[in-house]
Design a protein around this ligand. Structure first.
Ligand code: NAD
Ligand code: UDP
Ligand code: UDP
Length: 313
């Protein structure tokens, strides 16, 4: 039974990861400060003999005995990470230092939930791991982007300096059940708006693109990466290469939900990337991983989740 720590375990991705780890027999310690996560996401695990929940903020040291660490703690949606940008940078940077210090002392293997945001507004498309990115250091997204970039630097310095077993995973836009209904991310916004019959809010002209990965595929990639050979550090892109404009996403959602929603156009937020698509050649060759769930099927699951939890439609 592996003793596994999941930071940010009460969040969207973290809670699905806890489910997967429990299912395969790990002994899971979930820590979270509940900034964006919720007890509801993990309520079904409370009382399970292999699951323990602790309220803790990763910007403070943590002394526990573990063999594996998945470091997911960090607000991920623009609304949330901009709410307290200084805390966002602290969470990424101090959080990484503390979790790396813990990994160093316990000799635990540690995985960092990094992000496609390290590529910024990319001028190389699709984005391979070798691309260094195009990121504004002083904009409103910088607390998140630069925090995550600095965390990657720390991971590789602990690897070189202290021979830690690290895994750096660059996660591209992921969606599915347990997304926060009000975190402003595009998939949850469009679905909730369509279910309520409200206007679908398109930022800019809606021609910007994203590539959306269903949560089950993402978690499968995360666990496979953690279990991979010790010398495979990444960084590795995990995401679904299917690329859509925001107008196409809106059409897909409206088609599934039905109803009378219209599109309404709003200003594009500062530094909003124009295009994003993962190059997943490395994940395919090194991990034998690729996503299986197409956008239509993933959206169906997500729509029925929001229908049920928000009692809509
Ligand atoms: P989320 O907001 O649902 O989860 C983050 C969790 O971290 C929450 O439970 C939150 O309460 C917790 N948290 C925040 N600050 C903390 C702190 N200082 N100490 C302890 N806990 C803290 O977001 P998510 O989508 O589940 O994202 C999880 C991770 O994956 C994040 O690191 C995010 O940057 C990364 N990621 C997600 C996506 C995506 O599309 N969902 C894309 C790229 C990267
Ligand atoms: N740390 C922690 N748990 C541990 C060991 C370390 O939270 O079990 C934190 C501690 O706050 C420390 C940081 O991780 O400052 C970095 O640890 P490291 O050993 O790299 O550096 P140092 O202790 O020399 O600052
Ligand atoms: N977006 C949109 N309408 C919304 C929310 C987001 O058009 O109601 C756009 C946003 O401007 C961006 C894309 O959708 O171009 C993805 O936004 P999200 O916040 O989900 O993720 P990120 O920008 O971090 O990839």
């Amino acid at each position: 039974m592996k003793k596994t720590l999941v930071t940010g375990g009460a969040g969207f991705l973290g809670s699905h990861l806890c489910d997967k780890l429990i299912e395969r027999g790990d002994d899971v310690l979930c820590i979270d400060n509940f900034f964006t996560g919720s007890k509801e996401n993990i309520s079904h695990l409370i009382g399970h003999k292999s699951f323990e929940l602790m309220r803790h903020d990763v910007t403070f040291p943590l002394y526990v005995e573990v063999e594996r660490i998945f470091n997911l703690a960090c607000p991920a949606s623009p609304i949330h990470y901009r709410h307290d940008p200084v805390q966002t940078t602290k969470t990424s940077v101090h959080g990484a230092i503390n979790m790396l210090g813990l990994a160093k002392r316990t000799k635990a293997r540690i995985l960092q939930a990094s992000t496609s945001e390290v590529y910024g507004d990319p001028d190389v498309h699709p984005q391979p791991e070798s691309y260094w990115g195009r990121v504004n250091t002083i904009g409103i997204r910088s607390c998140y982007d630069e925090g995550k970039r600095c965390a990657e630097t720390l991971f590789f310095d602990y690897y070189r300096q202290h021979q830690l077993e690290i895994k750096v995973m660059r996660i591209f836009n992921t969606y599915g059940p347990r997304m926060h209904p009000n975190d402003g991310r595009v998939v949850s916004n469009f679905i909730v708006q369509a279910l309520k019959g409200e206007n679908i809010t398109i930022y800019g002209d809606g021609q910007q693109t994203r590539s959306f990965c269903y949560v089950d595929d993402l978690i499968d990639g995360m666990v496979t990466f953690m279990d991979s050979a010790a010398d495979f550090t990444g960084p590795v892109n995990i995401g679904n290469p299917g690329e859509f404009t925001m107008l196409e996403l809106a059409e897909n959602v409206l088609h599934l939900v039905g109803g009378k929603s219209k599109l309404s156009f709003h200003d594009l937020p500062q530094d909003d990337p124009k295009q994003r698509q993962p190059d997943i050649a490395l994940a395919k060759s090194a991990l034998n991983w690729e996503p299986k769930v197409c956008l239509k099927d993933g959206l169906k699951e997500t729509v029925s989740y929001f229908r049920k939890t928000l009692k809509l439609g």
